[in-house]
Design a protein around this ligand. Structure first.
Ligand code: GDP
Ligand code: MG
Length: 162
């Protein structure tokens, strides 16, 4: 396999998502996973991870200079997240669409954050924002042996070439 994020723009494209600890506490795991599953994306990796502050800081390294960074890594390391890799056509961009805007109050109803959250500091879900970050985040959270390229027997009912 060329990349842990699969083929960009192809049927094996992959993204990293994490159900944050606020959603775990609120009993929203299946609600959130179900949206990706029902859309037709394939779950290829899954585990519960209780990040250290150091690990959370690595995940959010781009935000190190932001005023909320300290609170963000404290929150992310306060309990377990549900780490996932989802696969399918256009999954990186579509996951972001399904998630909604960073600020739940600016997220449309019908999106995860638009339906389930009201606060930017408790916005229930993370999703990679580009192919390069999907690659980086999948590699940070998972080892290659934890990612499963399984065949779906009903694939013909989910995608067609014409
Ligand atoms: P995302 O990609 O939509 O999750 O947003 P970002 O990558 O910009 O930020 C990462 C996470 O940091 C967000 O999901 C929020 O949980 C948190 N965050 C972003 N902006 C703010 C902010 O202005 N205040 C606080 N408290 N948290 C923020
Ligand atoms: Mg982000």
């Amino acid at each position: 396999e060329a990349s842990l994020a699969g083929e960009e723009g192809g049927v094996t494209e992959r993204t990293f998502m994490a159900i944050k600890y606020d959603a775990v506490q609120r009993g929203l795991i299946s609600e959130i996973m179900g949206r990706m599953e029902k859309k037709g994306y394939k779950l290829v990796a899954l585990k519960m991870v209780w990040p250290t502050e150091e690990f959370a800081g690595k995940h959010y390294h781009d935000l190190k200079e932001r005023p909320f960074f300290g609170n963000l890594v404290k929150f992310m390391s306060s309990g377990p997240a549900v780490a996932m890799v989802w696969e399918g056509p256009g999954v990186i961009k579509m996951a972001r669409t399904i998630i909604g805007a960073t600020d739940p109050l600016k997220s449309n109803p019908g999106t995860i954050r638009g339906d389930l959250a009201t606060s930017v500091g408790r916005n229930v879900i993370h999703g990679s924002d580009a192919y390069s970050t999907a690659e980086e985040e999948i590699a940070l959270w998972f080892s290659p042996s934890e990612i499963h390229a399984w065949n779906r027997t009903n694939e013909d009912w989910i995608s067609s070439n014409n």
